[in-house]
Design a protein around this ligand. Structure first.
Ligand code: ADP
Ligand code: MG
Length: 235
């Protein structure tokens, strides 16, 4: 479902190119549920931004569902993203002035009637245990509840690919565990492909597959090896 080939990405900092990612080849199969771990600053968020088409690579190609993501025009790519990718972030990004259910409704297609939209929203709020909170403002919800609303918003259009960037990063342990379970349940019942970036090894443990970014990013693994301290040799 996702194939990355010859991908390079760096950033310009103070006029200098700083290389971040060099991924010769990486494939994620349809329906795979994958956790990605790696130290802070190793390029995990950058990679998710590239996969979602928000950022463009310097070199290489990202093929998603047999389409070259960065050969599309920007407007086509925006539509492709809206139809096929659900993105969950650590900080929810809910609109504070809108009720929880309105935060979900704004991403729903105008092709559905008002009644259809209402019923589908009710169904999802019930599914995540928030039926009695759908008319609350984000500020009236706990962090775990806000993350559930953000999850509904990412999943309600049934995207083929779900990306989550440290979705439990700002939650306490118990809530993080609940949210992880819920995300896995919601995606398991569908054939969604799921890529979750996490620091949280408890979360990563619950996934059928876990990849360390250094396994796919040659640049960083080469660099981190060269920085390994020289072992102390006793005389
Ligand atoms: P991670 O998510 O693994 O913590 P990121 O992908 O956010 O790492 O960042 C990888 C590296 O790229 C970091 O060193 C970060 O400082 C740098 N970086 C990210 N975005 C930018 C940007 N817009 N401009 C310059 N450097 C950036
Ligand atoms: Mg990050």
């Amino acid at each position: 479902m996702l194939h990355i080939q010859g991908l390079k990405k760096g950033f310009q900092v103070a006029g200098k190119d700083v290389p971040i990612l060099n991924i010769p080849e990486w494939t994620v199969s349809q329906g795979e549920k994958l956790a990605m771990i790696g130290p802070s600053g190793s390029g995990k968020s950058t990679l998710l931004h590239l996969i979602s088409g928000i950022l463009s690579p310097d070199k290489g190609e990202i093929i998603m569902m047999e389409m070259a993501l960065h050969q599309m025009s920007e407007s086509v790519r925006d539509r492709f993203r809206a139809e096929n990718i659900g993105y969950i972030l650590q900080d929810f990004h809910l609109i504070p002035s809108l009720m929880a259910r309105q935060n979900v409704e704004i991403v729903m297609s105008g092709n559905r009637s008002k009644t259809e939209r209402r019923e589908l929203i009710d169904f999802w709020f019930e599914k995540v245990g928030l039926s009695d909170r759908s008319r609350h403002l984000p500020s009236q919800l706990s962090r775990g509840q806000q993350q559930r609303v953000a999850m509904i918003r990412a999943l309600i259009n049934e995207p083929k690919l779900v990306l989550a960037d440290e979705p439990t990063g700002s939650l306490d342990w118990e809530t993080a565990d609940e949210v992880t379970g819920l995300l896995l349940d919601l995606c398991a019942s569908k054939d969604h492909t799921l890529i979750v970036v996490t620091h949280d090894l408890n979360m990563a443990d619950r996934f059928e597959k876990c990849v360390h970014i250094h396994e796919i990013n040659e640049l960083r693994s080469a660099r981190s090896r060269s920085y390994e301290p020289v072992p102390f040799i006793s005389s």
